[in-house]
Design a protein around this ligand. Sequence first.
Ligand SMILES: Cc1cc2nc3c(=O)[nH]c(=O)nc-3n(C[C@H](O)[C@H](O)[C@H](O)COP(=O)(O)O)c2cc1C
Length: 131
Amino acid sequence: MTMNKDMMDAIEKDNVVFLSTCSDNTPNVVPIGFARPIDNEHILLVDNYMNKTRENLEKNPRASLVLRDASKCPYQFKGTVEIFESGKYFDDAVDWATSVMSKLSPKAAVVLKVEEIYSVKPGPDAGKKVD
Ligand SMILES: Cc1cc2nc3c(=O)[nH]c(=O)nc-3n(C[C@H](O)[C@H](O)[C@H](O)COP(=O)(O)O)c2cc1C
C-alpha cells in the first residue's frame, strides 16, 4: 500500500503525529513532531527523546500512527520501522531537527515503511483497509 499525495501533504503539514508501539501487553503512544514523508511508502520520524518507544521498536519493529488532525487525514498508517544511527536518513534527521531547534541532538532516524493503511473516518468505512 502506498500513500497518496493528499496523505503525504497532510503528514508534511500537520506538525504532530501520534506514534503507537508495543512489545508486551501495554501499547505505548507518544506525540512526535518530527515526522514527514520520504516518499509514498516511507515516513521519517526523528528520535530525539524516545525511550519506551525505542525499547519497543527494538523488540518489535511494528508501529502505527495517526495524525493529530485526523479529521483532515483520517487514516491509520501501519508498518515496520528501521532505525538508523548513521547514514543518509540519520544525516537528514539531524539536519532537519537542528535547523528547527539548534539544541536538539537526534539519537536516530526511525523510518516507517507503510505497509497497511486503514480508514478511521467516522461512518460505514471506519476501520476498513484502504486498497
Ligand atoms: C508536541 C510534542 C512533540 C514531540 N516530538 C518529538 C519528536 O519529534 N521526537 C521525539 O523523539 N520525541 C518527541 N516528543 C517527545 C515524545 O512524545 C515522548 O516524550 C518520548 O518519546 C518519550 O516517551 P516514551 O518513553 O514513551 O518513548 C514530543 C513531545 C511532544 C509533547
